[in-house]
Unconditional design. Structure first.
Length: 332
């Protein structure tokens, strides 16, 4: 656009100088000014029309970018010039390549997920046989230690199965009215051998508060929180589990342990993937995945996880459940 203005301005000045220097061309100054004004007016009109025509395509592209539409390739504007047509073809090719790459990645992830699920199911068969053997020989004292170790392996494999299912959680999501106490009790029953090994007492209140949630995935979150509480609790310690209702109507599940606590500077990062912190480094079994996975699932099913902790005073994890009418926002 600037080059056009410079070209026109240079041509106009050149013409005026030529008229002024050529003695054979006599023109009044007023006529020369009138001619210059007329040419400038025509040029400005042409410039405005050309500018709008040449920038219309780019303006529509900027609008599409601002909307951040997933299906942007379908909303590409109609080309005005050949370069616009080439741009459309180039962007369309990019979209096609992206979709192909994404399909390949999804297919590879699906194969890996199916392989993991199949592997977990295969491993569960010998684990079930081991559990039956343990149950049949409980009179032998070493069986308690073996059962505790069996439980750790079972929890790791079960967590791996849930990790393989997480990408498709939205398709495996069923809301039901469930009592919080039942979910906690079911998980405590499975974790009993570990609690007995460490002689950990469980203080569970008797409140019956119901929530609308997905029982299976909610139990997965509770399992991660309880295993963390047991892992970091001292031998002979206690874990307190309470439920209450806020004035807003939200139900809250609190799990409090008597562990070493979490430093204040570590609290903002406890839900980060792979983060173990100073406390986790003292336990070789810490992977930094438990709270991360719990947070990822919680965000998908509308549960808010918060942690309060002080060094030497234990840790409290709160699960705040959404109200029934809030699930429309959760699903979007």
């Amino acid at each position: 656009m600037k080059s056009w203005i410079l070209l026109f301005g240079g041509a106009l000045i050149f013409t005026d100088v030529l008229i002024w220097m050529d003695k054979g061309l006599s023109m009044e100054l007023s006529s020369l000014l009138y001619l210059n004004g007329l040419l400038v007016a025509v040029f400005v009109t042409f410039l405005i029309w050309r500018y709008n025509r040449e920038t219309s395509y780019m303006k529509e592209l900027i609008h599409i970018v601002a909307e951040n539409d997933v299906h942007w390739q379908e909303a590409l504007p109609e080309p005005v010039f050949n370069r616009d047509q080439l741009t459309n073809e180039f962007l369309g090719q990019i979209a096609t390549d992206q979709l192909n790459n994404l399909s390949e990645i999804k297919a590879a992830n699906l194969i890996e997920s199916d392989y993991t699920a199949a592997w977990v199911h295969e491993v569960k068969a010998p684990l079930t046989a081991m559990k039956m053997t343990i149950d049949a020989n409980r009179e032998f004292p070493p069986m308690r230690k073996i059962e505790a170790e069996w439980l750790r392996v079972h929890l790791l494999i079960d967590r791996q199965l849930y990790m393989s299912r997480m990408p498709s959680l939205e398709t495996d999501y069923v809301l039901t009215l469930t009592e919080i106490g039942r979910l906690v009790t079911a998980e405590l029953r499975d974790l009993t051998p570990w609690c007995l090994e460490k002689n950990i007492g469980i203080e569970l209140d008797e409140k019956e508060l119901a929530v609308v949630t997905d029982s299976k995935w909610c139990r997965f979150i509770i399992r991660q929180l309880l295993t963390n509480a047991i892992k970091y609790s001292p031998t002979g310690g206690a874990i307190s589990i309470t439920t209450n209702q806020k004035p807003s109507g939200h139900r809250v599940l609190c799990i409090t342990d008597e562990g070493p606590g979490i430093p204040a500077h570590d609290l903002p990062r406890v839900f980060d993937k792979g983060f173990t912190g100073n406390t986790g480094r003292l336990h070789n079994a810490a992977t930094g995945l438990g709270l991360y996975l719990a947070q990822q699932v919680a965000m998908k099913i509308g549960i808010l996880l918060t942690i309060k902790s002080e060094i030497g005073k234990g840790t409290t994890v709160q699960m705040t459940f959404p109200l029934e009418n809030e699930f429309d926002a959760t699903r979007k």
